[in-house]
Design a protein around this ligand. Structure first.
Ligand SMILES: [Zn+2]
Length: 808
């Protein structure tokens, strides 16, 4: 209680200082950004009515679209519409044929009469599209019929224009009616409410979805395939639809875990009820990203669709929370241009992390913030782009921005933060925003003047680097601890001097502590914390819990580090202490301290760091042995990863790992056992013969490779080659290709399958496969085989370009 009260006082002091000293930012320098300013849009598009059907084998879209719009500009007689790979057969304005010309990136329509501001018109377009982006056809060309058959879309950034001719920029929002004709055995999902679903004479079903609130065109979606739906409701009654493959029903609960609670969480965080009529989530195969927050209908990669075991290696929880947060941040309020992408991605990441804290605990939250710091600092080595920049990059738009929002929350105070966010969302509901709008929202709703924070963390780049020292001193005024803080990074136009409130803590051997929060804002500053002379200092902390994103140099004695590792409240401070002890030789003190920490309930990052360090010492054997049966999957993975060979004494421990709940561990253990004990390999293979593994069949692919090594039976190679074909999802294909590479086996079918992967729209398949093929190509016999397959084929332009990348 006392500690909190003290912090409150310091916060007030700091805000007062902010008002006086920093409320005016004299000069604002932006890192040049060509995407800062939105395009002009002389028309305000209000409603889109789309009717589409498909030519499945040739991946074509046949469509008809009606655009209702109001003229904004004073007068005009032309209109530009985006559209790539689209052929328009007919266009009408208000029911009369209208002339159009194909131009770069779209079409220009020329009207006979001049249009004037305020007039309402309707443009109708009949078209076919042969899209290379935006909409993806999965499995319709698999000759074996084993692949799932799907159609799904990915509109962000600007790809929906490849299958719908429309004004396709986020600064104009529309309501939508979407009609889809599809073979009746498939489910069709789109945005908003399913208005009707009618069987037609041609054997197809016509689906009609309506979104009655305006949303951005990049959020228009389709998800089509063989699905079942689990229906649920959030605590305040929002309908939630969880789509799943009928053969994966057993994975539904582990995949969609916490979904309803996330909805409650986001509504409590924003004080705004979920803004759309319902919320659906649909997994798709070979998705090119992790997931996409289409309005009311999130698409996610089916590699997140996990059973209870795969959940341990990778799960959907975080991404699930992230996409849900986007329904407010991105869909409800939308960045005016990509220069303000952080207003979407940083918020979605901030809330997904905050939800992770609820689901997995504070340590996970802190550890993710640490990874965010490392990636931001790494990015700053390349350039100093600020968060509010269209090409700031993933490391900044996602983790750094999430951290910055947490700092903003700390600086403004939690209640102020939530009040300002609620105000911002309400003020800009169904509209567009830029970085300044959020700043203004804080000012208007809470009275806070946070220009200085925007200046440091949003409009400028870089992160602070502090050099910290500590000494205990006495003077006539009494005894005190003196911290010295120096900001030691280069200050220039792109990175200013950082001003942040920072906690200074002194911990004593009697278990008590004293803390002081000070605004650190000068290049050099000393902070004195009065202490009772008789008390022994145990350890000291600068910014406990790493509230501020930064690098710190702070040399401490081994004694202090041991105490910090044992007692600090935040896992980050305990972890940092253990890392700082890396060079300290193992003596009785270090051995005992590490043993104590390793054996108590402790975050895996701290324990695995201890495990790695201890591997160099005789004392490490005991800890390592325990790690193999540890209940924390990350510790077991680390323990297994530290083994080079199998010590017969511990054979039993390794063998148990063949039944581990983590598929990654099963794969690692199987390989290690077979390679170390070839005579027993057959036994191990029999035990694991029925395990497919995670979504990429990681265990099966490894099992096939080991079975071949064990038996030299071609049947295993054939199955591996088959797994590289387009009957399978991309991770399976990659895993199988990698096993073939490790066996150095390539045949004609494998070449054909891998070429096919090279032509994929999915960079996460074609890039790794290109590397595998390039490595095979180093050997003359494989090179010749590839050349032969190329000479026999009839390749289109794209295929030729991709094959040329192999430099055969
Ligand atoms: Zn996102």
């Amino acid at each position: 209680m006392k500690k909190t009260a003290l912090k409150g006082i310091w916060m007030i002091v700091f805000i007062a200082m902010g008002l006086h000293v920093y409320s005016q930012v004299a000069k604002r320098i932006y890192y040049a950004d060509e995407n800062l300013v939105p395009d002009a849009h002389p028309m305000d598009f209000t409603h889109l009515t789309l009717q589409v059907s498909f030519e499945l084998e040739s991946s074509k879209v046949v469509g008809n679209v009606l655009h209702d719009f109001t003229v904004l500009t004073a007068e005009t007689d032309t209109l530009f519409i985006h559209g790539i790979g689209i052929t328009i057969s007919e266009a009408e304005l208000d029911g009369k044929t209208v002339d159009f010309t194909k131009v770069d990136g779209g079409f220009v329509f020329k009207f006979q009469n001049t249009m004037h501001s305020g007039e309402k018109h309707r443009l109708g377009i009949s078209y076919t599209a042969e899209p290379i982006k935006g909409i993806y056809f999965i499995g319709w060309n698999d000759p074996t019929g084993r692949c799932r058959k799907q159609i799904w879309t990915q509109g962000q950034g600007i790809d929906n224009r490849h299958w719908i001719p429309m004004y396709d920029l986020p600064n104009d929002k529309i309501t939508t009616d979407i009609y889809v004709d599809m073979d009746k055995q498939y489910q069709v999902l789109s945005n908003g409410v399913l208005e009707s679903k009618k069987n037609q004479k041609d054997g197809k079903t016509k689906w009609h979805y309506r979104m009655k609130d305006p949303h951005a065109t990049y959020l228009i979606m389709l998800g089509i395939g063989d699905y079942k739906i689990k229906k649920s409701k959030s605590s305040n009654g929002t309908a939630m639809n969880f789509y799943y493959y009928p053969d994966w029903e057993y994975r539904v609960n582990s995949t969609y875990k916490y979904s309803e609670d996330m909805m409650r969480f986001m509504e409590e965080e924003t004080w705004i009820a979920y803004p759309w009529p319902s919320y659906s989530q649909i997994p798709v195969q070979d998705f090119i990203y992790g997931a996409m927050e289409n309005t009311s209908a999130t698409i996610f990669g089916d590699f997140f669709f996990v059973d209870d075991n795969a959940y341990l290696d990778q799960n959907y929880v975080r991404v699930n929370a992230h996409e849900l947060a986007h329904q407010w941040f991105g869909d409800y309020v939308t960045a005016r241009t990509s220069a303000h992408t952080w207003l979407q991605e940083s918020f979605a990441t901030h809330y997904d992390l905050s939800y992770q804290r609820i689901a997995f605990g504070q340590d996970y939250f802190d550890w993710a913030r640490r990874q965010a710091t490392l990636s931001a600092i790494e990015a700053s080595k390349t350039d100093l782009k600020p968060l509010a920049h269209s090409s700031a990059g993933t490391a900044r738009h996602y983790p750094k921005g999430s951290y910055v929002l947490q700092m903003l929350r700390d600086v403004a105070g939690n209640d102020n933060f939530k009040k300002a966010i609620n105000y911002y969302l309400q003020k800009h509901a169904f509209g567009n925003v830029d970085s300044e709008d959020l700043l203004v929202a804080f000012h208007e709703s809470t009275g806070l003047s946070l220009d200085w924070f925007w200046e440091e963390w949003i409009y400028k780049g870089g992160e602070p680097h502090y050099k910290v020292g500590f000494e205990k001193l006495s003077s006539e005024k009494g005894t005190f601890g003196r911290f010295s803080v120096e900001q030691i990074y280069e200050i220039n136009e792109l990175t200013g001097l950082f001003k942040m409130p920072i906690d200074f803590e002194i911990h004593f051997t009697d278990g008590t502590s004293i803390s002081k929060n000070v605004m650190v804002e000068k290049t050099y500053q000393t902070i004195d914390v009065p202490i009772v002379e008789q008390k022994q200092i145990s350890y000291v902390l600068f910014d406990p819990g790493s509230k501020v994103m930064k690098t710190v140099d702070f040399k401490k004695s081994d004694e202090m580090l041991f105490n910090q590792a044992l007692s600090a409240k935040s896992c980050l401070d305990r972890y940092d202490a253990v890392v700082a002890l890396r060079e300290t030789p193992f003596d009785e003190k270090k051995v005992n301290t590490y043993k104590t920490i390793f054996e108590r309930p402790e975050f895996h990052a701290v324990r695995t760091e201890i495990l790695r360090q201890s591997a160099a010492d005789i004392s490490g054997l005991e800890l390592w042995h325990k790690s193999l049966s540890d209940k924390d999957v990350e510790v077991r993975k680390q323990g297994l990863g530290l083994s080079n060979t199998i010590n017969p004494l511990y054979l039993n421990d390794y063998e148990k790992l063949l039944k581990d709940s983590s598929y990654e561990i099963v794969e690692m253990a199987l390989e290690m056992l077979c390679k170390s004990r070839p005579d027993d390999c057959k036994k191990y293979l029999d035990q694991t013969a029925k395990i497919d593994g995670a979504i990429g069949k990681n265990v099966r692919a490894k099992w096939l490779a080991l079975s071949y090594l064990q038996s030299s039976d071609q049947v295993y190679l054939d199955e591996l080659v088959d797994l590289t074909s387009n009957s399978f999802e991309f991770r399976t294909r990659m895993n199988a290709a990698n096993e073939l590479k490790s066996l150095n086996y390539l045949d004609r079918n494998a070449v054909i399958n891998m070429f096919n992967a090279l032509f994929s729209f999915n960079a996460r398949l074609r890039n790794p496969i290109k590397d595998v093929l390039a490595e095979f190509a180093l050997q003359p016999q494989h090179r010749e085989l590839m050349q032969q397959v190329i000479s026999e084929g009839n390749w289109n332009e794209l295929e030729k370009r991709r094959l040329n990348l192999l430099h055969l």
